[in-house]
Design a binder for this molecule. Structure first.
Ligand code: UN1
Length: 504
């Protein structure tokens, strides 16, 4: 037993997951920290899905009649349970996804924050009243629970992204079937156990409000195809989204997609470079480059490119890379070998396209022969080539130069993805243009902060190949409800709209 999986049993016990739940199955779960096997989780088969969705639908039929503020109470209790489990859950995220502890804890905090947000929302799910053109009539919009929500989440935010969907869906009166990444089923089992504690304290929540589907893509596909799944909220690669979206569209259900990003930071001549360097480091190498908001491109004014590059390279050389559970580590492992191979392939392609690669090599191989630690890479590119325009889920930062500001904005937008973006500038005009209609085309556009680490209060998501969905804060709740337009006639006449006469 490695020192990593020795931590697991007591952690899982405190979180409320019994040993058999992760030791008696066929799906092996490995820790990216040292490659050790953490457990073997029982999996579902695609033909189990129909029954699971039917059970969720039964819960929905019942739950939709519970008043929304009372539904909020369940999420308030979930927030309390998450607070009590924050340390353990943060550690489990670190063990299973390889995040440094501070980021594991941050992810749990993100869950707590969205619970608080959803509790407030549970008293604010309101629609408009609209002036009717007819005398003695009133029009209004009402928002009703939608049905069963299928949540498909990725390994890199194994619990926070689920909670964005779950907390909102539950206060909106829906039931959830969750298919976590098959790389991170343990954190999903722990979330379920935590939720079950909240549900027990709540008293009368339907038992199948949350069901966890463990398995490979075929199980996810069965979920996506099921006619009773009213909304499919899927987070992951653009390739996955391309498969999911047409299936959901064919049955006229809804999808909420949060797919790939290729996030850029523009560094202008007036930028505060101290601030910029710190922000770039967190966004480019944090989570070992495995956030969908990771900074993948730097578009730097040529007058400061060399200065910035030198500072970045110096910082990159000093990065503490290693076991994410060790205090002081800032860069943990990649999720696995396939990620490492994809990174090396991208670096080779970048070289072939004229790029100069700094870093990017595997490190700590002697200490961790079965895990994949890399030195984050900086790649100076002559132009925005095909490789730069692709999202590689690894810490590669492509550096491009610009002369005219319009050129920088055009370059930022000239990629297929549209998730997050940022500008570092103390020039008000540049900053405002970047945020304007002719500026960044992304769902997230920031000034003097990096591309990653968004708060939950804003709507999260992006345009183009990022899929167009918005999750988490703002009015993202509307995706989890259906809207009805109601016209009420309180007169004794029956006037028709548009002045139509139909006298019988
Ligand atoms: C993701 O990588 O899928 O803004 C989500 C951020 C986090 C969420 C990332 N709050 O980086």
């Amino acid at each position: 037993m490695s020192s990593v999986n020795a931590l697991l049993p007591s952690l899982m016990q405190r979180l409320g997951v019994t040993g058999s739940a992760y030791s008696t199955g066929t799906l092996p779960v490995h820790s990216p920290i040292d490659g050790c096997e953490l457990g073997r989780v029982p999996t579902h088969h695609p033909h189990d899905v129909a029954q699971i969705v039917d059970a969720a639908h039964q819960s929905f039929l019942n739950w939709r009649n519970t008043p929304a503020p009372r539904r909020g109470e369940l999420i308030r209790l979930l927030g309390e349970e998450l607070r009590a489990s924050k340390n353990d859950m943060g550690q489990l995220v670190a063990l299973e996804a390889g995040k440094i502890l501070s980021e594991g804890l941050g992810e749990v905090q993100e869950m707590i924050d969205v619970c608080d947000f959803a509790v407030g929302l549970s008293r604010q799910l309101y629609g408009l009243t609209i002036a009717s053109e007819r005398p003695g009539h009133r029009m209004m919009e009402t928002w009703h629970p939608l049905g069963v929500v299928g949540v498909i989440s990725a390994f890199n935010f194994p619990v926070a992204v689920w909670s964005w969907n779950f907390a909102l869906a539950i206060v909106c009166g829906d039931a959830v079937v969750w298919k976590p990444s098959d790389k991170t089923p343990l954190t999903a089992l722990a979330c379920r156990a935590i939720f079950e504690r909240a549900a027990k304290r709540f008293g009368d929540a339907p038992t199948t409000l949350l069901q966890v589907l463990i398995g490979a893509a075929d199980v996810g596909e069965a979920l996506v195809r099921h006619p009773k799944v009213a909304l499919v909220s899927a987070t992951g690669s653009t390739r996955m989204g391309r498969e999911v979206a047409p299936i959901v569209a064919r049955r006229f259900a809804r999808s909420l997609l949060e797919l790939g990003g290729n996030n850029a930071v523009i560094i202008t001549p007036s930028a505060d470079l101290d601030l910029a360097v710190r922000a770039i480091l967190f966004a480019a190498v944090g989570t070992a480059g495995q956030r969908c908001t990771t900074t993948r491109r730097l578009i730097v004014h040529r007058s400061i490119r060399e200065t910035l590059l030198e500072r970045l390279k110096k910082s990159y050389q000093a990065l503490p890379i290693g076991n994410p559970l060790t205090a002081g580590t800032l860069v943990g492992p990649l999720i696995g070998k396939a990620s490492f191979d994809a990174m090396q392939r991208a670096l080779d392609q970048a070289r072939a396209e004229g790029g100069a690669v700094f870093g990017g090599e595997r490190v700590l191989q002697d200490q961790f022969p079965d895990a994949y630690y890399v030195r984050p890479a900086i790649v100076t590119m002559p132009a925005q080539t095909d490789t730069v325009r692709e999202e590689t889920f690894a810490p590669i930062l492509y550096v491009l130069g610009y002369d005219a500001f319009e050129e920088a904005v055009a370059m930022q937008n000239d990629v297929p993805q549209g998730l997050s973006s940022a500008i570092f500038s103390n020039d008000l005009r540049e900053a405002e243009i970047f945020l304007s209609a002719c500026g960044s085309d992304c769902g997230i556009a920031n000034v003097n902060i990096g591309t990653s680490g968004a708060e939950i209060g804003g709507a999260f998501g992006g345009e183009k190949e990022t899929g167009g969905g918005r999750e988490s804060g703002s009015d993202a709740w509307r995706a989890y409800m259906r809207r009805a337009t109601n016209t009420v006639n309180y007169s004794r006449e029956l006037p028709l709209a548009q002045g139509v006469r139909f006298d019988v």
